[in-house]
Design a protein around this ligand. Sequence first.
Ligand code: FAD
Ligand code: NAP
Length: 507
Amino acid sequence: QVPLKPGRSLMDWIRLTKSGKDLTGLKGRLIEVTEDELAKHNKKEDCWICIRGFVYNVTPYMEYHPGGEDELMKAAGTDGTDLFDQVHRWVNYESMLKECLVGRMAVKPIAAPKDGVYLGVIKDQRISNSTDFFIVLGFDKPKESIFLLYFLFYSYDWFQTDSLITVVIYTKQKDMNAELVIVDCQDKRLRGEIIVDDYSYLVEVDLDHAVSEDVTVNIAEKVGKVEIILKKKDNIHWKMLGQSCEGHNTFIKRTDRGLFYRKCKLVSKTEVTHDTKLFCLMLPRGTHLCVPTGHHVYLKQIITGTEVVKPYTPVLPSLPLDFKEPPHHDGVHIYLMIKIYSCGLFTQALDRLQIEDYISVSNPEGNFKKSQVQTSEDLILLAGGTGFTPMVKLLNFALAEVSCLRTVKLIFFNKTEDDILWRNQLEQLALRDERFEVQFILSQPTKDWVGKQGKISSSLLSEFVKRSRKDSKVVVCICGPTPFTEQGVQYLKDLGYSQEEIHAFTA
Ligand code: FAD
Ligand code: NAP
């Protein structure tokens, strides 16, 4: 992120897009853009970018781009899809840039289909009876050749009784667990997604008949079998499961799958500090979703006609003080601790939500893996402001489930005492659990503050970030404002911590 000039916030951009000004220079005309034409528009004062086949004139957007003009210029005059996906595929560019749309990319003549499909799946064949393995063939029309497109190791099946429909997904994935299965069943549409590292398998159908909102998900963890059980509304015999939707029965990279959102109801909003609130959202009844530790979701709101999306990291309703048993995820509520900024576009709109209002919540994303801390003896958490949020579930997971853990230390940076999130609970936990220690460091304390003062620095970190034994296995997790995180990582490296010992939470 770079500091933007005054008058160049997202709200200012939305206002400009609504002003009726011609932002493309084409007076509302849409054109077909060739690669040569696209390449000509590669300057700051005349910059076109292609994203997923659509070309945008981003010249007027330059000064509004939160990542800065130089980042945007990296894709000038070219196809910026990959670059866009790497940095922020969750940003809803279709809505944000709709007034900048120049047109579609012209189809390359070489790829133009002569008759029918040029490249397509011709065989989607189950090759063994054990229903674990498909082979998908494609054909290359000009060359008249057939080739292997991909192996699909996943498959699904379905069966019925008088009252139930059971969809079974065979994954053969050992350690399949509830966090890897996301199911949504609303308005006769069933969507079941299985996450396997960077890949996703999807079953998505418009069901043949209506089902009730009660959905049961059973996971046979050892064999990787997932059952989605639906209740028929009418006890009639179904001839088919339903009509396949786009993306049904595909196994593709997660980043190639659009983010899926469902509407969640706001059920409570409680104060945490003077500017931070705990929002409790309720998942719809037909949804099965558990956000993994260290992962975030995206919230989507329409603000003055434009879809705006921001990431938030779910927390727990409170810090558990007793770690005898892993906490039970109720599967229904998502808790978000959100700071409301006085001039924040998204958080101001969030704060205006009333109890019982709905907000769209995406599937989880993130690159944190529990295995990173599963074998650690010392866990050190460096948090700045709301950068505390990923630490909540992490703290809980470490204290409840990592048996080799000796120490957990949270070093929590804030401006003032009033900004410290869950201070009481953290102090209680430190008293209750001798493995846990918390250190508050304030950058703008009042004169009464007797604790530590300062900003993240090499000397502060060398004082607090230590192994409990000379050779103990340590993991340091860091999260906060981007410069805080970036500087912190650098200081840690300077202090001799390796890349593998550091996890930085970022978008
Ligand atoms: P904005 O309108 O973006 O502005 C926020 C404040 O910063 C305002 O005061 C504004 O004036 C200032 N500002 C904005 N842009 C700039 C700039 N370029 N230069 C200088 N000042 C600027 N937040 C939480 O509260 N809780 C969470 O759990 C949480 N999780 C997150 C997880 C991830 C992975 C990431 C990346 C962020 C997370 N955030 C979280 C931050 C959140 O996504 C939003 O950025 C935040 O809520 C602010 O949104 P906003 O639209 O209200 O603020
Ligand atoms: P804040 O209150 O403004 O700052 C918290 C502490 O960080 C303060 O002590 C502050 O000191 C310090 N700090 C701020 N900017 C700094 C900088 N450039 N260098 C060194 N120290 C700095 O923080 P906040 O408003 O709660 O914001 C939290 C941030 O965390 C947001 O940017 C949010 O996006 C991010 N976040 C990320 C994730 C994630 O990636 N997974 C999750 C949650 C939150 P001074 O301001 O006094 O210098």
